[in-house]
Design a binder for this molecule. Structure first.
Ligand code: NDP
Length: 368
Protein backbone atom coordinates (compact mmCIF):
# COMPACT_ATOMS: atom_id res chain seq x y z
CA UNK A 1 0.00 0.00 0.00
CA UNK A 2 1.34 3.48 -0.89
CA UNK A 3 2.10 6.10 1.69
CA UNK A 4 -0.01 9.17 2.11
CA UNK A 5 2.81 11.19 0.51
CA UNK A 6 2.81 8.87 -2.56
CA UNK A 7 -0.90 9.38 -2.71
CA UNK A 8 -0.56 13.15 -2.64
CA UNK A 9 2.03 13.00 -5.39
CA UNK A 10 -0.23 10.94 -7.65
CA UNK A 11 -3.35 12.86 -6.83
CA UNK A 12 -1.87 16.31 -7.37
CA UNK A 13 -1.91 15.56 -11.11
CA UNK A 14 -5.62 14.87 -11.13
CA UNK A 15 -6.50 17.60 -8.66
CA UNK A 16 -6.68 20.26 -11.34
CA UNK A 17 -9.56 18.50 -13.05
CA UNK A 18 -11.66 18.13 -9.89
CA UNK A 19 -14.56 20.46 -9.20
CA UNK A 20 -14.12 22.98 -6.40
CA UNK A 21 -16.01 20.76 -4.07
CA UNK A 22 -14.74 18.26 -1.56
CA UNK A 23 -12.15 15.90 -2.99
CA UNK A 24 -9.94 13.36 -1.27
CA UNK A 25 -7.03 15.32 -2.69
CA UNK A 26 -7.96 18.51 -0.91
CA UNK A 27 -8.84 16.58 2.21
CA UNK A 28 -5.54 14.68 2.28
CA UNK A 29 -3.63 17.81 1.42
CA UNK A 30 -5.44 19.60 4.22
CA UNK A 31 -4.57 16.73 6.58
CA UNK A 32 -0.87 17.11 5.74
CA UNK A 33 -0.74 20.80 6.55
CA UNK A 34 -0.61 22.32 10.02
CA UNK A 35 -4.11 23.25 11.10
CA UNK A 36 -5.10 25.91 13.58
CA UNK A 37 -8.71 26.50 12.51
CA UNK A 38 -11.85 25.58 14.42
CA UNK A 39 -12.19 22.10 15.87
CA UNK A 40 -15.51 20.22 15.61
CA UNK A 41 -16.10 19.10 19.20
CA UNK A 42 -18.21 15.94 19.06
CA UNK A 43 -20.11 13.89 21.62
CA UNK A 44 -20.86 10.31 20.60
CA UNK A 45 -24.25 8.93 21.59
CA UNK A 46 -24.28 5.12 21.88
CA UNK A 47 -20.95 3.58 22.81
CA UNK A 48 -21.41 0.31 20.94
CA UNK A 49 -19.45 -1.42 18.25
CA UNK A 50 -19.58 1.28 15.57
CA UNK A 51 -19.32 4.13 18.08
CA UNK A 52 -16.08 2.55 19.30
CA UNK A 53 -14.75 2.42 15.72
CA UNK A 54 -15.63 6.07 15.11
CA UNK A 55 -14.01 7.15 18.38
CA UNK A 56 -10.75 5.39 17.49
CA UNK A 57 -10.76 6.90 14.00
CA UNK A 58 -11.30 10.39 15.38
CA UNK A 59 -8.00 10.25 17.24
CA UNK A 60 -6.34 10.90 13.85
CA UNK A 61 -8.60 13.80 12.93
CA UNK A 62 -7.24 17.34 12.89
CA UNK A 63 -10.53 19.13 12.57
CA UNK A 64 -12.75 16.96 14.78
CA UNK A 65 -12.28 15.76 18.31
CA UNK A 66 -14.22 13.46 20.60
CA UNK A 67 -15.03 15.55 23.68
CA UNK A 68 -18.19 13.98 25.14
CA UNK A 69 -20.35 10.88 25.47
CA UNK A 70 -24.02 10.03 25.86
CA UNK A 71 -24.61 6.50 27.06
CA UNK A 72 -26.95 4.31 29.07
CA UNK A 73 -24.05 2.29 30.44
CA UNK A 74 -22.09 4.00 33.26
CA UNK A 75 -19.19 1.53 33.07
CA UNK A 76 -18.61 2.40 29.40
CA UNK A 77 -18.65 6.10 30.23
CA UNK A 78 -15.87 5.59 32.80
CA UNK A 79 -13.81 3.59 30.31
CA UNK A 80 -14.23 6.16 27.54
CA UNK A 81 -13.45 9.02 29.92
CA UNK A 82 -10.14 7.35 30.75
CA UNK A 83 -9.33 6.44 27.14
CA UNK A 84 -10.21 9.75 25.54
CA UNK A 85 -9.69 12.16 28.44
CA UNK A 86 -13.35 13.17 28.53
CA UNK A 87 -14.32 15.48 31.39
CA UNK A 88 -17.25 14.55 33.62
CA UNK A 89 -19.15 17.69 32.60
CA UNK A 90 -19.35 16.32 29.02
CA UNK A 91 -20.92 12.97 30.02
CA UNK A 92 -24.66 12.40 29.71
CA UNK A 93 -27.22 9.62 29.72
CA UNK A 94 -30.39 9.25 27.60
CA UNK A 95 -32.54 10.99 30.24
CA UNK A 96 -30.44 14.06 30.88
CA UNK A 97 -28.78 14.84 27.53
CA UNK A 98 -31.14 17.73 26.72
CA UNK A 99 -28.92 19.67 29.17
CA UNK A 100 -26.26 19.60 26.47
CA UNK A 101 -27.81 22.87 25.30
CA UNK A 102 -26.06 24.58 28.21
CA UNK A 103 -22.70 23.05 27.36
CA UNK A 104 -20.65 25.44 25.20
CA UNK A 105 -17.86 22.86 24.78
CA UNK A 106 -19.85 20.51 22.50
CA UNK A 107 -20.71 21.46 18.88
CA UNK A 108 -22.23 18.26 17.54
CA UNK A 109 -23.70 14.96 18.66
CA UNK A 110 -23.00 11.84 16.59
CA UNK A 111 -25.94 9.43 17.06
CA UNK A 112 -24.78 5.79 16.78
CA UNK A 113 -27.66 3.96 18.45
CA UNK A 114 -30.21 1.45 17.08
CA UNK A 115 -32.05 2.81 14.02
CA UNK A 116 -35.48 3.27 15.58
CA UNK A 117 -34.05 5.61 18.22
CA UNK A 118 -32.42 8.01 15.76
CA UNK A 119 -35.45 10.19 15.04
CA UNK A 120 -36.39 11.14 18.56
CA UNK A 121 -32.76 11.47 19.64
CA UNK A 122 -31.89 13.69 16.65
CA UNK A 123 -34.84 15.98 17.29
CA UNK A 124 -33.78 16.36 20.95
CA UNK A 125 -30.20 17.14 19.90
CA UNK A 126 -31.45 19.73 17.39
CA UNK A 127 -33.65 21.33 20.03
CA UNK A 128 -30.56 21.57 22.23
CA UNK A 129 -28.98 23.66 19.47
CA UNK A 130 -26.25 21.19 18.49
CA UNK A 131 -25.40 19.90 15.02
CA UNK A 132 -26.67 16.37 14.40
CA UNK A 133 -24.57 13.65 12.81
CA UNK A 134 -26.65 10.51 12.54
CA UNK A 135 -25.77 6.99 11.48
CA UNK A 136 -27.47 5.27 8.57
CA UNK A 137 -30.29 4.54 8.17
CA UNK A 138 -31.03 8.04 9.50
CA UNK A 139 -34.49 6.80 10.59
CA UNK A 140 -36.79 3.88 9.96
CA UNK A 141 -39.04 5.53 7.37
CA UNK A 142 -39.34 8.68 5.30
CA UNK A 143 -41.90 10.27 7.59
CA UNK A 144 -39.44 10.17 10.50
CA UNK A 145 -36.60 11.38 8.31
CA UNK A 146 -38.68 14.37 7.19
CA UNK A 147 -39.38 15.27 10.80
CA UNK A 148 -35.65 15.19 11.51
CA UNK A 149 -34.87 17.40 8.51
CA UNK A 150 -37.51 19.92 9.61
CA UNK A 151 -36.39 19.91 13.24
CA UNK A 152 -32.81 20.64 12.23
CA UNK A 153 -33.94 23.39 9.84
CA UNK A 154 -36.06 24.97 12.58
CA UNK A 155 -33.17 24.81 15.03
CA UNK A 156 -30.72 26.11 12.38
CA UNK A 157 -28.33 23.24 12.95
CA UNK A 158 -26.77 20.92 10.37
CA UNK A 159 -28.07 17.39 9.91
CA UNK A 160 -25.46 15.03 8.45
CA UNK A 161 -25.74 11.30 7.84
CA UNK A 162 -22.81 8.90 8.32
CA UNK A 163 -22.39 8.10 4.62
CA UNK A 164 -18.69 7.32 4.94
CA UNK A 165 -18.41 6.11 1.33
CA UNK A 166 -19.02 9.67 0.13
CA UNK A 167 -15.54 10.50 1.46
CA UNK A 168 -13.81 7.27 0.40
CA UNK A 169 -11.16 8.05 -2.25
CA UNK A 170 -11.88 5.29 -4.82
CA UNK A 171 -15.61 5.90 -4.56
CA UNK A 172 -15.10 9.64 -4.98
CA UNK A 173 -12.90 8.99 -8.01
CA UNK A 174 -15.62 6.85 -9.63
CA UNK A 175 -18.18 9.58 -8.99
CA UNK A 176 -15.79 12.15 -10.48
CA UNK A 177 -15.29 9.94 -13.55
CA UNK A 178 -19.02 9.54 -13.98
CA UNK A 179 -19.59 13.28 -13.63
CA UNK A 180 -16.80 13.93 -16.15
CA UNK A 181 -18.56 11.65 -18.64
CA UNK A 182 -15.81 9.02 -18.67
CA UNK A 183 -18.32 6.15 -18.56
CA UNK A 184 -20.65 7.86 -21.04
CA UNK A 185 -24.33 7.66 -20.19
CA UNK A 186 -24.68 5.17 -17.29
CA UNK A 187 -26.95 2.30 -18.31
CA UNK A 188 -26.92 -0.40 -15.64
CA UNK A 189 -25.97 -0.81 -11.96
CA UNK A 190 -25.75 -4.03 -10.03
CA UNK A 191 -25.41 -3.90 -6.24
CA UNK A 192 -24.94 -6.87 -3.94
CA UNK A 193 -24.94 -6.11 -0.23
CA UNK A 194 -25.10 -8.79 2.41
CA UNK A 195 -23.62 -10.98 5.09
CA UNK A 196 -24.76 -13.82 7.30
CA UNK A 197 -26.30 -12.32 10.41
CA UNK A 198 -24.86 -13.94 13.54
CA UNK A 199 -26.22 -13.37 17.05
CA UNK A 200 -30.00 -13.92 16.84
CA UNK A 201 -30.64 -11.86 20.00
CA UNK A 202 -29.36 -8.50 18.86
CA UNK A 203 -31.40 -5.35 18.24
CA UNK A 204 -30.92 -5.69 14.46
CA UNK A 205 -33.42 -8.59 14.53
CA UNK A 206 -35.90 -6.72 16.74
CA UNK A 207 -38.22 -4.67 14.54
CA UNK A 208 -39.00 -2.25 17.37
CA UNK A 209 -35.35 -1.17 17.39
CA UNK A 210 -34.21 -1.84 13.83
CA UNK A 211 -37.28 -0.84 11.83
CA UNK A 212 -36.59 -3.69 9.40
CA UNK A 213 -34.02 -6.29 8.47
CA UNK A 214 -31.12 -6.49 6.05
CA UNK A 215 -32.51 -3.68 3.88
CA UNK A 216 -32.22 -1.10 6.68
CA UNK A 217 -28.80 -2.30 7.69
CA UNK A 218 -26.89 -3.37 4.60
CA UNK A 219 -29.24 -3.16 1.58
CA UNK A 220 -29.19 0.61 2.01
CA UNK A 221 -25.61 0.54 0.66
CA UNK A 222 -26.84 -0.79 -2.69
CA UNK A 223 -29.60 1.84 -2.76
CA UNK A 224 -27.24 4.68 -1.99
CA UNK A 225 -24.60 3.19 -4.30
CA UNK A 226 -27.02 2.92 -7.22
CA UNK A 227 -27.82 6.61 -6.77
CA UNK A 228 -24.23 7.84 -6.61
CA UNK A 229 -22.91 5.47 -9.29
CA UNK A 230 -25.69 6.28 -11.79
CA UNK A 231 -26.14 9.91 -10.71
CA UNK A 232 -29.92 9.77 -10.88
CA UNK A 233 -32.94 9.22 -8.63
CA UNK A 234 -35.13 6.18 -9.29
CA UNK A 235 -38.68 6.66 -10.55
CA UNK A 236 -39.97 3.10 -10.13
CA UNK A 237 -39.18 0.06 -8.01
CA UNK A 238 -40.05 -3.61 -8.04
CA UNK A 239 -38.97 -5.98 -5.26
CA UNK A 240 -39.27 -9.61 -4.15
CA UNK A 241 -38.62 -11.10 -0.70
CA UNK A 242 -37.29 -14.57 0.14
CA UNK A 243 -37.20 -15.92 3.70
CA UNK A 244 -35.52 -19.21 4.51
CA UNK A 245 -35.42 -18.82 8.31
CA UNK A 246 -38.67 -17.34 9.67
CA UNK A 247 -37.64 -18.14 13.24
CA UNK A 248 -34.52 -15.99 13.12
CA UNK A 249 -36.04 -13.39 10.78
CA UNK A 250 -39.46 -12.68 12.23
CA UNK A 251 -42.31 -10.68 10.75
CA UNK A 252 -41.02 -7.26 9.70
CA UNK A 253 -37.37 -8.38 9.57
CA UNK A 254 -36.44 -8.97 5.94
CA UNK A 255 -33.84 -11.66 5.34
CA UNK A 256 -33.31 -11.38 1.57
CA UNK A 257 -34.82 -8.90 -0.88
CA UNK A 258 -33.98 -8.55 -4.54
CA UNK A 259 -35.05 -5.24 -6.01
CA UNK A 260 -34.95 -3.40 -9.29
CA UNK A 261 -35.01 0.34 -9.91
CA UNK A 262 -35.69 2.34 -13.03
CA UNK A 263 -34.26 5.82 -13.63
CA UNK A 264 -35.42 8.75 -15.79
CA UNK A 265 -32.64 8.25 -18.38
CA UNK A 266 -33.73 4.64 -18.90
CA UNK A 267 -30.87 3.27 -16.76
CA UNK A 268 -31.82 0.33 -14.56
CA UNK A 269 -30.46 -1.19 -11.35
CA UNK A 270 -30.68 -4.73 -10.06
CA UNK A 271 -29.78 -5.26 -6.40
CA UNK A 272 -29.63 -7.86 -3.66
CA UNK A 273 -29.91 -7.19 0.07
CA UNK A 274 -29.44 -10.11 2.46
CA UNK A 275 -28.69 -11.32 5.96
CA UNK A 276 -28.29 -14.89 4.67
CA UNK A 277 -25.24 -14.90 2.37
CA UNK A 278 -21.64 -13.92 2.88
CA UNK A 279 -19.12 -12.28 0.54
CA UNK A 280 -21.66 -9.91 -0.96
CA UNK A 281 -20.12 -6.47 -1.19
CA UNK A 282 -19.96 -5.70 -4.89
CA UNK A 283 -20.96 -2.85 -7.18
CA UNK A 284 -20.86 -2.95 -10.97
CA UNK A 285 -21.86 -0.15 -13.28
CA UNK A 286 -21.71 0.02 -17.03
CA UNK A 287 -22.24 3.00 -19.26
CA UNK A 288 -22.14 3.70 -22.98
CA UNK A 289 -18.36 4.26 -22.93
CA UNK A 290 -17.01 2.37 -19.94
CA UNK A 291 -17.57 0.38 -16.79
CA UNK A 292 -16.51 0.06 -13.16
CA UNK A 293 -16.44 -2.87 -10.78
CA UNK A 294 -15.86 -2.46 -7.05
CA UNK A 295 -15.39 -5.41 -4.70
CA UNK A 296 -15.34 -4.85 -1.80
CA UNK A 297 -17.38 -1.76 -2.48
CA UNK A 298 -18.57 -0.53 0.92
CA UNK A 299 -16.77 -2.51 3.64
CA UNK A 300 -14.32 -0.77 5.95
CA UNK A 301 -11.66 -1.22 3.31
CA UNK A 302 -9.43 -1.25 1.55
CA UNK A 303 -11.99 -0.83 -1.21
CA UNK A 304 -10.88 -2.42 -4.46
CA UNK A 305 -12.00 -1.39 -7.90
CA UNK A 306 -11.20 -1.33 -11.56
CA UNK A 307 -12.64 0.43 -14.54
CA UNK A 308 -12.27 0.07 -18.30
CA UNK A 309 -9.16 2.26 -17.81
CA UNK A 310 -7.50 0.00 -15.23
CA UNK A 311 -7.16 -0.45 -11.47
CA UNK A 312 -8.28 2.29 -9.12
CA UNK A 313 -5.15 3.06 -7.11
CA UNK A 314 -6.16 5.69 -4.60
CA UNK A 315 -4.70 4.43 -1.31
CA UNK A 316 -6.84 3.37 1.60
CA UNK A 317 -7.34 5.61 4.58
CA UNK A 318 -9.62 4.97 7.55
CA UNK A 319 -13.09 5.85 6.31
CA UNK A 320 -14.35 7.26 9.57
CA UNK A 321 -11.33 9.57 9.92
CA UNK A 322 -11.91 10.95 6.41
CA UNK A 323 -15.62 11.27 7.09
CA UNK A 324 -15.19 13.26 10.29
CA UNK A 325 -12.54 15.52 8.73
CA UNK A 326 -14.85 16.04 5.78
CA UNK A 327 -17.84 16.76 8.00
CA UNK A 328 -15.84 19.31 10.00
CA UNK A 329 -14.83 20.98 6.72
CA UNK A 330 -18.46 20.93 5.65
CA UNK A 331 -19.65 22.54 8.87
CA UNK A 332 -16.92 25.16 9.23
CA UNK A 333 -15.87 25.87 5.64
CA UNK A 334 -18.96 24.79 3.71
CA UNK A 335 -16.84 22.37 1.64
CA UNK A 336 -19.45 20.14 0.03
CA UNK A 337 -18.81 16.49 -0.86
CA UNK A 338 -19.43 15.50 -4.51
CA UNK A 339 -22.48 13.63 -3.25
CA UNK A 340 -24.22 15.21 -0.24
CA UNK A 341 -24.33 13.69 3.23
CA UNK A 342 -27.19 15.86 4.46
CA UNK A 343 -30.61 14.96 5.81
CA UNK A 344 -32.21 15.21 2.36
CA UNK A 345 -29.78 12.56 1.11
CA UNK A 346 -30.74 10.23 3.97
CA UNK A 347 -34.42 10.98 3.34
CA UNK A 348 -34.08 9.94 -0.34
CA UNK A 349 -32.79 6.51 0.70
CA UNK A 350 -35.66 6.08 3.15
CA UNK A 351 -38.27 7.01 0.53
CA UNK A 352 -36.77 4.22 -1.59
CA UNK A 353 -36.77 1.77 1.32
CA UNK A 354 -40.45 2.61 1.97
CA UNK A 355 -41.14 1.93 -1.72
CA UNK A 356 -39.21 -1.36 -1.66
CA UNK A 357 -41.21 -2.60 1.33
CA UNK A 358 -44.44 -1.53 -0.40
CA UNK A 359 -43.41 -3.32 -3.60
CA UNK A 360 -42.68 -6.49 -1.61
CA UNK A 361 -46.03 -6.28 0.17
CA UNK A 362 -48.16 -5.55 -2.88
CA UNK A 363 -46.17 -7.40 -5.53
CA UNK A 364 -46.60 -4.32 -7.71
CA UNK A 365 -44.31 -1.87 -9.43
CA UNK A 366 -44.16 1.18 -7.15
CA UNK A 367 -43.62 4.72 -8.37
CA UNK A 368 -41.20 6.70 -6.23
P1 NDP B 1 -24.31 -1.76 18.73
O1 NDP B 1 -25.38 -2.64 19.24
O2 NDP B 1 -22.93 -2.27 18.73
O3 NDP B 1 -24.29 -0.40 19.58
C1 NDP B 1 -25.46 0.38 19.75
C2 NDP B 1 -25.32 1.15 21.06
O4 NDP B 1 -26.48 1.96 21.20
C3 NDP B 1 -25.31 0.28 22.31
O5 NDP B 1 -24.03 -0.21 22.63
C4 NDP B 1 -25.83 1.22 23.37
O6 NDP B 1 -24.76 2.06 23.82
C5 NDP B 1 -26.77 2.13 22.59
N1 NDP B 1 -28.19 1.82 22.84
C6 NDP B 1 -29.09 2.70 23.31
N2 NDP B 1 -30.28 2.12 23.45
C7 NDP B 1 -30.14 0.84 23.07
C8 NDP B 1 -31.04 -0.26 23.01
N3 NDP B 1 -32.33 -0.15 23.36
N4 NDP B 1 -30.57 -1.44 22.60
C9 NDP B 1 -29.29 -1.57 22.20
N5 NDP B 1 -28.39 -0.55 22.24
C10 NDP B 1 -28.81 0.65 22.68
O7 NDP B 1 -24.75 -1.28 17.28
P2 NDP B 1 -23.82 -0.66 16.16
O8 NDP B 1 -22.82 0.23 16.79
O9 NDP B 1 -23.33 -1.73 15.29
O10 NDP B 1 -24.88 0.19 15.30
C11 NDP B 1 -25.36 1.44 15.74
C12 NDP B 1 -25.81 2.28 14.54
O11 NDP B 1 -24.68 2.48 13.69
C13 NDP B 1 -26.88 1.65 13.67
O12 NDP B 1 -27.76 2.64 13.21
C14 NDP B 1 -26.12 1.06 12.51
O13 NDP B 1 -26.86 0.96 11.31
C15 NDP B 1 -24.98 2.05 12.37
N6 NDP B 1 -23.78 1.45 11.79
C16 NDP B 1 -23.17 2.10 10.75
C17 NDP B 1 -22.05 1.57 10.18
C18 NDP B 1 -21.37 2.29 9.07
O14 NDP B 1 -20.45 1.72 8.48
N7 NDP B 1 -21.74 3.52 8.76
C19 NDP B 1 -21.49 0.29 10.62
C20 NDP B 1 -22.16 -0.27 11.77
C21 NDP B 1 -23.26 0.30 12.30
P3 NDP B 1 -24.69 2.56 25.35
O15 NDP B 1 -24.51 1.31 26.14
O16 NDP B 1 -23.52 3.45 25.34
O17 NDP B 1 -25.98 3.26 25.62
Amino acid sequence: MGTRRDFLGKMSLTALSLPILYSPTSLFAACEQPYDGPMLRVAIMGLGSYGTRVAKAMVDCKRAKLVGVISGTPSKILKWQATYDIPQKNCYNYDDFDAIKDNPDIDAVYIITPNALHCEQAIRVAKAGKHVICEKPMAINAEEAERMVNACKDAKVKLLVGYRMHFEPKTVEVIRMRQAGEFGQPKFFQGQSGFVMGNPNQWRLDKELSGGGAMMDIGIYSINGARYMLGEEPIWITAQETKTDPVKFKEGIDETITFQMGFPSGAVASCLSTYAMNHLDRFYMTGEKGWVEMQPSTGYGPIKGRTHKGELDQPHSTHQTLQMEGMAQLIFEDVQPLVPVDGEEGLRDLKIIDAIYLAVKTGRKVTV
